[in-house]
Design a binder for this molecule. Structure first.
Ligand SMILES: [Zn+2]
Length: 243
């Protein structure tokens, strides 16, 4: 008999009166779908996005949806009613679902989800957005589409006047190499993404809402161009309203 495994709930869809279909990220299988029958019958709890559960996924065939049994609550990250932290979490989970499609164990990614949610739980509100930026970059790193941030991808020079993110080149071009377009990432933002300096608590409050959302959107679009997903990331719309 197999033992229950730990899983992060990426999203849940109601099925019939009382059942849920869960998209889970697990260390053992990577992304899986599972049916939890009668999930909404229990008065005490039901799985929600962002929750850590223990469950025993079983299926008769090699592929397809699992049936989840012996499902138990393990942990719910608490953001103390922070709208920005909830929006950051939802954006990260939605983005992950847009990019990931198949079962494929990925220990590094599993660890990244845990670190990201754990950090988000304890960080300041201004660092919350930065944690999303780092999550998107490290998610890309783990899936082999890193963004080169140490120097201009064309001339190799540091970013004195900031840089423009070029998905097809896998990094930023400096202001001189892209003289006709205004660089959208300031040198300080690139330094924050590369070295974590200046600190997010110092820099992010100094950015305009437009800049904060702009960086988030460009990093997201960079992933989109590599993984060619078409769906809208709805949580981004909400994030845009509150950054
Ligand atoms: Zn350059």
């Amino acid at each position: 008999m197999d033992k229950p495994i730990q899983a992060l709930v990426l999203n849940r869809i109601r099925y019939g009166e009382t059942s849920l279909i869960l998209k889970l990220f697990t260390e053992k299988y990577g992304l899986i779908s599972g049916m939890m029958k009668g999930a909404l019958n229990a008065k005490k709890w039901a799985p929600e996005s962002g929750m850590i559960i223990q469950t025993l996924p079983i299926r008769r065939r090699e592929e397809g949806m699992f049936t989840l049994s012996a499902t138990e609550y393990e942990y719910q990250y608490s953001f103390s009613n922070s709208l920005i932290k909830s929006a950051v979490r939802d954006t990260a989970l939605e983005l992950s679902l847009a990019v990931l499609h198949e079962e494929n164990p990925h220990a590094e990614l599993y660890e990244l989800f845990g670190k990201f949610l754990h950090h988000l739980e304890s960080c300041s509100e201004s660092s919350a957005l930065f944690s999303l930026w780092l999550f998107i970059l490290r998610f890309g790193d783990a899936l082999g589409v890193s963004v080169e941030r140490s120097g201009c991808v064309i001339c190799g020079e540091p970013f004195r006047d900031g840089g423009e993110l070029l998905p097809e080149q896998g990094g930023f071009a400096c202001g001189s190499c892209r003289p006709k377009k205004s660089p959208l990432f300031s040198a300080e933002i690139i330094s924050l993404l590369t070295h974590g300096k200046p600190s997010p608590d110092d820099l992010i409050p100094r950015l305009t809402p437009r800049e904060r959302y702009g960086v988030t959107l460009l990093l997201t679009e960079n992933l989109r161009s590599h993984f060619s997903f078409h769906r809208d990331i709805h949580s981004l719309e909400f994030l845009k309203e509150i950054v």
